[in-house]
Design a protein around this ligand. Structure first.
Ligand code: HEM
Length: 369
């Protein structure tokens, strides 16, 4: 993940890594593009230099192919809400099917098994399904389901985090201070034409302020609708003592965003980004939140809950933190218009995981050193 991220993050700067000129981009597109492509390469593997002749050619192929995959994924992403609601016009349905066929082929077993560094997760998923007797064409389709689950949320989450940091200079300063200290303590520094940063898991475990900002951003922008089938009759007991009889065969939808994330009793001033909301005065992780005087067990549920709780949450946090850490240590970045209002959430996407903005936000970045 780390080497893929650095290759993609530094690629647009050209060969002169000394350059200090600003590069302008759309923040949403920038974050989603880099995190999606690096995550895809980390999960589905790299092109091998054996087939391409040398490593540079293999890297160039990865860059070109992951860019194409991202562009097609964004088209699908935009059709997705209406596809789910069943209201796509015939032309939209045809386009969605074309895109799905593209992904099934692109991510197919025959195309992934020739890659290097394929992740254990994807490898195991393919082999497990094969051993269960699933047909190859169905496994190819399943690979696209996994890509959608794995790559549709982390990029948008990193967009919101960087946006909130730019809108809240105190948060930006606190995070920069923390990551700079962690980098320094690891004996590394970023310098022109110096070696790439070697960001280890150990370094990422020493960032309580950063962790709080990540939890806060997910509280604000992760709004999944959790659906469950009732497999046997039961009584659901609510915290306020109300009880509901659930019949076998009933379907249930839980929407923690309204029930928990933006409940002002649990999270005062709930629509405001407070980077230190999940920090105790001692600077450790805060886990005690209250409603009606009682401690709340589930005070934020970006990953869902129970048996189908997001299995990729640790990977997601790592991806997000690695990307933002590198942005903070390598780059200065700022909004083109600092007065610009924070965009609204695209309402068509409620319930589908991390929300997307209803418009793009322009920003610029340049190397810090
Ligand atoms: C910020 C990023 C992410 C968010 C907010 C997120 C959120 C979620 C949520 C809410 C669910 C449904 C949980 C439930 O029904 O209780 C889910 C399921 C899932 N997620 Fe994630 N996820 C993220 C990243 C990832 C990543 C990076 C991967 C893989 C590497 C991943 C793989 C999956 C899979 C396979 C499922 C289906 C689990 C099942 O049905 O058993 N997710 N995710």
């Amino acid at each position: 993940m780390m080497s893929n991220l650095q290759t993609l993050m530094l690629e647009n700067l050209g060969s002169d890594t000394n350059q200090k000129t600003w590069t302008e981009d759309g923040l949403f597109n920038h974050c989603y593009n880099v995190v999606f492509r690096a995550g895809y390469l980390a999960l589905y593997g790299n092109t091998t230099s054996k087939t391409e002749g040398d490593e540079e050619k293999a890297k160039a192929k990865d860059r070109a192919e992951s860019e194409k995959l991202f562009n097609e994924f964004r088209k699908y992403d935009q059709l997705f809400p209406n596809l789910v609601y069943g209201v796509l016009p015939p032309s939209g349905r045809r386009e969605a099917l074309r895109l799905m066929r593209f992904f099934w082929d692109f991510l197919s077993m025959k195309n992934t098994e020739i890659k290097d560094n394929i992740s254990g997760w994807i490898w195991d998923m393919q082999n497990m399904r094969k051993e269960e007797g699933m047909s190859d064409s169905m496994i190819d389709r399943y690979m696209f389901v996994l890509l959608w689950a794995a790559q549709g949320n982390t990029g948008p989450s990193s967009f919101w985090l960087l946006l909130y940091l730019m809108k809240h200079p105190d948060a930006m300063e606190a995070l920069r201070k923390e990551v700079d200290t962690v980098l320094k303590e690891s004996g590394q520094e970023v310098r022109p034409n110096g070696p790439p940063v070697n960001l280890t898991h150990e370094m990422l475990m020493k960032t309580p302020v950063f962790d709080s900002a990540v939890e806060e951003v997910l509280r604000l922008v992760a709004a999944p609708m959790l659906t469950r089938s009732v497999v046997q009759e039961m009584t659901l007991k609510m915290a306020d003592r109300r009880e509901f009889l659930l019949r076998q065969g009933d379907r249930l939808a839980v929407f923690p965003y309204i029930a928990v994330h933006i409940d002002p009793e649990i999270h005062p001033d709930p629509l405001t980004f407070k980077y230190d909301r999940f920090l105790t005065p001692e600077g450790t992780r805060k886990t005690d939140f209250y409603k009606g005087g009682k401690r709340v067990k589930y005070y934020s549920m970006p990953w869902g809950s129970g048996v189908s709780m997001c299995p990729g949450r640790f990977f997601a946090i790592n991806e997000l933190k690695q990307f933002v850490f590198l942005m903070l240590v390598y780059f200065d970045f700022e909004l083109i218009n600092p007065e610009e209002e924070t965009p609204q959430i695209d309402r068509r996407r409620w319930g589908f995981g991390t929300m997307q903005p209803d418009r793009e936000v322009k920003f610029r970045y340049r190397l810090r050193y």
